[in-house]
Write a protein of this length. Structure first.
Length: 141
């Protein structure tokens, strides 16, 4: 798999379809896509309307790191994450990756899958810079 927005879309679509089969009846509030090129890591976390976790404390969400890339839950993403790390090492700039994942997460292909979930009125998808506590949402760029 070569690093591209299309590859990211495909990975997100597959993992979201898996989550839809598991959580389709629950009201979804936030999908967080974690992008960590320095760790060769991509994660998908979910916050549902009935979860009592703080919106800003993603690591405390009951379905934090649903994708479990390091636990064998998303082996296809490991290849892309490794390629992402190799690209990142050239200039240590993570912003292009956040933008790419934001584009993929808001693509028609991925949005069509997201819209199959039961979405809360305040639903959002987010790609944030984990090193910036005031990060913009790269899905809204």
């Amino acid at each position: 798999m070569n690093y591209s927005i299309e590859s990211i879309e495909q990975l997100l679509a597959e993992k979201l379809l898996e989550a839809l089969a598991e959580f389709g009846g629950k009201e979804l509030r936030i999908i967080d896509i974690g992008v960590f090129p320095w760790h060769s890591e991509i994660s998908i976390s979910f916050l549902f309307a009935q979860d009592s976790s703080d919106v800003d404390d993603i690591a405390a969400w009951p379905h934090f790191d649903y994708s479990k890339i390091f636990e064998g839950g998303w082996d296809k993403a490991k290849v892309l994450a490794k390629e992402m790390n190799e690209i990142w090492r050239k200039d240590n700039d993570p912003i292009p990756f956040f933008l790419d994942f934001g584009s993929a997460a808001t693509s028609e292909k991925v949005t069509n899958i997201i819209n199959r979930f039961k979405l809360s009125p305040d639903f959002s998808v987010q790609v944030l810079n984990p090193d910036d506590p005031n990060s913009e949402n790269f899905c809204a760029s």
